[in-house]
Design a protein around this ligand. Structure first.
Ligand code: PRT
Ligand code: MG
Length: 228
């Protein structure tokens, strides 16, 4: 009997960008994950199934072996801390930067204890501790950009892609905290017990994620679009 490999994938933009890479390894869910209500999706590759869950839950499923592998953002891995996980592969998708941001004159006033609003508490603490700065961290779950505008915090730590969200709220990027992209994580026990299958899959995903392959894929997609 084929042993089952379970891959946990973050919902949302990471899922959308992962599906073409997974497809290159023959991993195509039997139902459209956007429409299906099933939480476990079998795939076209024998013995491989997907579970599609919230980004922040992916490292937890993999740490405890409920999934053998996972695909999630480096931001989420940094917050989780990485216990029980290997992080063997950078897929180079869903790229962005974790930044300190604020009003143009923020964070520069000397002598004040900075209040920083973020959902990335661990990364924020590490970033300022590395500069020898003690800050007060206010945990938020969304709409971080609002906090400096209403005086809740001096600045925020959030993900920035185009910068459009910051700009629309009159905020500017101030310091880089970390470059972010999506990574494949692997349960440490699964890496030992299912070594050959996990390694084979990692090799295929690595090939699919190589920039050359990505360019060829997007050219194919563009070509397919033109034909319609
Ligand atoms: O529920 P939650 O919002 O936590 O997650 P979600 O299920 O909505 O997932 P989704 O689709 O938002 O994806 C989250 C993951 O995508 C993150 O963990 C990152 O690894 C990755 N990612 C890459 C991003 C961005 N880029 C990004 N720009 N996640 C969020 N953003 C947000 C950012 O928080 C800000 O609100 O986009 C806004 C900034 O974008 P710009 O282009 O205006 O700068
Ligand atoms: Mg979101």
């Amino acid at each position: 009997m084929t042993e089952i490999l379970t891959i946990a994938v973050s919902k949302g933009r990471i899922l959308q960008e992962s599906l073409p890479l997974l497809a290159q390894a023959g991993i195509v869910p039997v139902e459209d994950p956007d429409r299906s209500r099933r939480l476990i999706l079998p795939t076209g590759r024998a013995g491989v199934r997907l579970v599609i869950i919230r980004a922040t839950d992916v490292p937890t499923y993999v740490q405890y072996g409920a999934a053998d592998l996972g695909i999630t953002g480096k931001d989420v891995i940094l917050e989780h801390g990485g216990a029980g996980l290997y992080e063997p592969l950078d897929l180079g998708i869903a790229r962005c930067r974790m930044m300190v941001a604020g009003l143009p004159d923020a964070a520069r006033e000397p002598g004040i204890r900075l209040r920083v609003a973020t959902k990335y508490v661990a990364s924020t603490r590490r970033h300022f501790a590395a500069q020898g700065r003690q800050v007060e961290i206010i945990k938020l779950y969304g709409s971080m950009e609002l906090a400096p505008l209403v005086g809740l915090a001096h600045c925020i730590v959030d993900l920035v892609d185009t910068g459009g969200t910051l700009k629309a709220n009159g905020l500017v990027p101030l310091e880089l905290v970390a470059e972010i992209s999506s990574r494949v994580i692997v349960n440490k026990a699964a890496m030992k017990m299912k070594h050959d299958r996990v390694k084979a899959l990692l090799r295929e995903l690595e090939a699919a994620a190589r920039p050359g392959d990505r360019d060829r894929r997007s050219r194919r997609c563009a070509g397919a679009g033109e034909g319609l």
